[in-house]
Design a protein around this ligand. Sequence first.
Ligand code: HDE
Length: 725
Amino acid sequence: MAKISNRGSRASAPQPAGTPAQAGSPPHESEKISELARDTVAPGAVMTGNQGVKIGDDQNSLKLGLRGPTLMEDFHLREKITHFDHERIPERVVHARGAAAHGIFQVYEDLSDLTKASVLTDTSHQTPVFVRFSTVAGSRGSSDCARDVRGFAVKFYTSEGVWDLVGNNIPVFFIQDAIKFPDLIHAVKPEPNNEIPQAASAHDTFWDFASLTPECVHTLMWVMSDRGLPRSFAMMEGFGVHTFRLVNAAGKSRFVKFHWKPLKGVKSLVWDEAQKISGKDSDFHRRDMFDAIERGDFPEWEMGLQIVEEEDEFKFDFDLLDPTKLIPEELVPVRRVGKLTLNRNPDNYFAETEQVAFHTGHVVPGIDFTNDPLLQGRLFSYIDTQLRRVGPNFAELPINRPLTPVHNNQRDAMGRAVIDQGRVAYFPNRLGGGCPMHSPAAADAFVTYAERIDGAKIRARSDSFSDHFSQATQFWNSMSDWEQTHIADAFAFELNQVVDEEVRHHVMNELLVNIADALAQAVSAQTGIKIAPVGTPENPTPSAPSPSGPLRPGAKNLTSAALSQDKVGNTIKGRKIAILGGDGVDAKQLKAVESALKANGAIGELIAAHAGTITDSAGKPQKVDRAAPNAPSVVYDAAIVLGGASAAALAKSGLAIHFVNEAYRHGKPLAAIGNGVLLLQACALPAARAEDGVLVGDTEKVIDGLVAALLHHRFPRRAVAAVPA
Ligand code: HDE
């Protein structure tokens, strides 16, 4: 008798040759993740129901007479509608909004001195990965560009089982103990009486909680900085946040912090731009990543490790177990040990991005935990959430399955896909030959690091967790002038949204004044909140329940240059440049600009008054990429205005003038070739200066200047006072 496949009869459909999957990744490994479940409709395929019965009419329900009532008997109608009714699974309670991609990770050097995990020792192996990026607070349909922490969750399908590194784009977290997580999330999520606001921390309940939770100030500084507004997923750092352990074959353990360093550099949006993108293109980040992968511009990061020897555990001014602290790179350098490349888009958002189930407890031999109380809580939470959200057999879904065999005595439960054979489902057994048996070689098996612990059961927090402000001050000190301005502006925006005067007052007087005087004063000036130190008659109610220790001696001077984004990049790959033109546009200029951008890996999009084509100065049709009314400046990194017969009309176009003024206010490089300068002159801009990222002149000079200006990303120190918003 033919054997019935566990996966039903849906045949595997190999990816056609030449798809992005084949560039850079070995199809046999990466493809295995989804190949068994992939259902591709072959040309000429006939529609069937879920029982394989052929369907002749899927557009009319079964009725009694042409105009009669619909019959209960219509099993096809009921199958189709009931399946539809059940199409959604509960969205993630946090990190609901996300986008993901497949890829590979390859370690540069054999790290067996540090760990026995083969993913970090076998330099010849490309480990398949699936990476999901997300915002935290918004629901699944919310905007990509909310001010928020971004999730950066990596599933490694290693040769020893699945390892999930479930991190964020910010190296620290709001709270120190998992027991506070539901409170944090209830405070930041839309307020429960009216479900407002969506995907935003700028509301009373969040700041009420924050003002009473001083341990969150360091992370608040990061979220209020431009790190809360990434330009793209490919331009974000990633962090494991907690201190983990690496354990080598000899059983030696070291502490480790995991980093992801983007090869495109760390770049951000500005707040006004992010808010506008949320309306103009709420899919901005997922579109950017999807399109980049489709055109072969694969997002890349290097994995970085900060290693701390066990004996150095107590040599820092903070506790390594405290997730509100980072280890400054100047104290412990980040060693770059391998590369992550995302090279294949998912085939199906639901089956992959939605059903992927991460868990901090998915580790492989050689990677282990510490007692960070946030991490310890997560070890419980993630398996629990997957059981609720995806079900007890979540690990059988193609996107979650390890590439290594799974043998154990777990059985049954809702949605079981495997058809387990035989009568033995227990251990120990003789009837099944003793199988599946314990791993005979301890070296193969996961063995928990035997950390010595001796203590009393106690519901309290260590004193070593009580300095909440020093690293917040360090972050402030490490920012450039314009980054500090953005942080102060962000606090001011949020606090101006807060209605309750007491909440506003406490954020200022219990948090901001303890971080930096300049920050408190800048926010006070923009919000009208008076600075009144705690304990004065104006502020007699210090009510924070968490102990907030004083700044460490010397903390006022702490800095870490690695934290600033004020750095010139070394690539403009993936940047999107608006090319403004129209009928009569100079054909040579257009060609030169397009090919220079392409040569640098950037994308030029021709924008004209309408979609379709325009006619260039040589009388040739040119395909318009976007019609001006559909092409807001906020979704571009820079703009270049071309000369030719189109220039005079552009200089009279209200849309074009708004485009240029807005891009200028957002600090973006602007360029005009030849008489394209007419448009810049029609705007309210100060005189063009290359040092402000505004380039005018002939083709060659302007293109070179534009590429160089894009390496700066923005020119935030430009004078913008007179430029209309
Ligand atoms: Fe999560 N978190 N988290 N978290 N988290 C979830 O798991 C939780 C924390 C992070 O793309 C949930 O599958 C608790 C820190 C990411 O699918 C849930 C605590 C960090 C993702 C959960 C934390 C993260 C999640 C919701 C405090 C950075 C998205 C749905 C103890 C290091 C993963 C789900 C994806 C998702 C709980 C704190 C990152 C409920 C209890 C710290 C990137 O299990």
